[in-house]
Design a protein around this ligand. Structure first.
Ligand code: GLY
Length: 371
């Protein structure tokens, strides 16, 4: 039984009201980062294009607000062109179609959305490198051997495709990729690398890159969050305890390294002289992972994961939320997209907003995830 506390209801009401308010301007656009109070709109091909429709679906599921439904559906149709031009998309197909077609299929049972999500799963499966057992992240000849931790969140589309079609090949690819992550991205302390480079012909591991983290051996907090949630989702779909153990190990690393307000800095292992900037989006995503972990274990362990997930969401709500502001479209402040490139640092990010809303919606007792 879900026991709600007052702030959870308040946070959900604020989320619904703000989504409705910003929908008046954003409509069926694709917001990514909010700069000077206004969400910048990106092309449909940008990796974040699923989060705003996903956020609208979360709210629609509770309110049946038809305007939000129509805008989410329009976002989904705008992605169609990409399904026939795979040069424009990369492995983030999972983020994009899980939260558009996948969500609509789960909510409305719409057959056209199911077809789109399956097409997207085929494109994702086609990125698998059978020699190195990884899904390649990005396009371009020189990047043929690059895999990144973020892809853990793209795997649910493949698991879902197997469950819908009865064809295990999608799942086999997801499992092989997750195993490669365990072998080549994981460190003994539970932290993970952002980018691992393989030889695309032989599959041999060539090295590790810092990517969006401070350095190759540092611990980029959003990457850490992708690993917690991604591994717990892999456990959810496969029942294989090695993924549960990995999710727990990374969750412990994450929880042990949180500052007092429970919201992480952008990298857990940066260096003196580097500004201590938060990434609220990492906190929001990790909180959703902790809430899933809490469902996968029992007793005290379950209570700890749930409480820690709740603590993060509570802090985001009370210390990072932009609820009353008429001059800020973002829901949650202080996200950091790409610190090393100084790109969208310390701003609201649509994926931070999405995971915050998903977490609150889970605390409200809406248990079905889109992943
Ligand atoms: N998937 C890219 C990022 O987390 O910023």
């Amino acid at each position: 039984m879900t026991v709600k506390t007052e702030w959870v209801q308040e946070a959900w009401d604020q989320t619904k009201a703000k989504v409705k308010r910003i929908h008046h301007r954003i409509g069926d656009g694709f917001p990514h980062a909010s700069i000077n109070g206004e969400y910048q709109l990106e092309p449909a091909s940008w990796w974040t294009s699923g989060f705003w429709p996903g956020l609208m679906w979360l709210v629609y599921r509770d309110t049946q607000d038809n305007e939000l439904k129509e805008s989410s559906e329009s976002c989904e149709s705008q992605l169609d062109i990409l399904l026939t031009d795979s040069n424009k998309i990369d492995h983030d197909i999972g983020f994009m179609w899980t939260l558009t077609s996948g969500a609509r299929y789960k909510i409305l049972g719409a057959e056209d959305s199911k077809r789109r999500a399956l097409l997207a799963a085929n494109l994702l499966a086609a990125r698998f490198n059978a020699q190195g057992n990884f899904i390649r992240a990005w396009n371009g000849e020189e990047l043929a051997g690059w895999a990144i931790i973020d892809c853990m969140m793209n795997l649910p589309l493949l698991y879902w495709a197997s469950s819908i079609t009865g064809d295990p090949r999608y799942k086999h690819i997801a499992i092989k990729h997750a195993d490669t992550v365990l072998k080549h991205f994981y460190r003994t302390d539970g932290s993970v690398a952002h980018i691992v480079v393989f030889d695309p012909d032989t599959g041999e591991k060539l090295g590790v890159k810092g990517g969006q983290g401070f350095a190759p051996e540092s611990a980029w907090s959003r990457g850490t969050a992708w690993a917690i949630y991604g591994m717990s989702l892999s456990y959810q779909y496969t029942g294989d305890p090695k993924y549960l153990n990995a999710a727990k190990q990374t969750a412990h690393f994450f929880m042990a390294n949180l500052p007092e307000d429970h919201v992480p800095y952008w990298d857990f292992r940066s260096s003196e002289g580097i500004p201590a900037i938060r990434d609220s989006s990492a906190g929001a995503c990790a909180a959703c992972g902790l809430l899933l972990l809490a469902e996968q274990v029992d007793g005290l362990e379950a209570r700890i994961y749930r409480e820690r997930g709740k603590q993060i969401l509570h802090s985001l709500y009370t210390n990072y939320g932009a609820w009353d502001s008429e001059t800020e479209e973002g829901l949650i402040l202080h996200g950091t997209s790409h610190f090393p490139e100084k790109h969208n640092v310390n701003v609201p990010l649509i994926y931070g907003d999405y995971y915050f809303a998903e977490g609150i919606s889970l605390l409200m007792g809406h248990q079905e995830r889109f992943w």
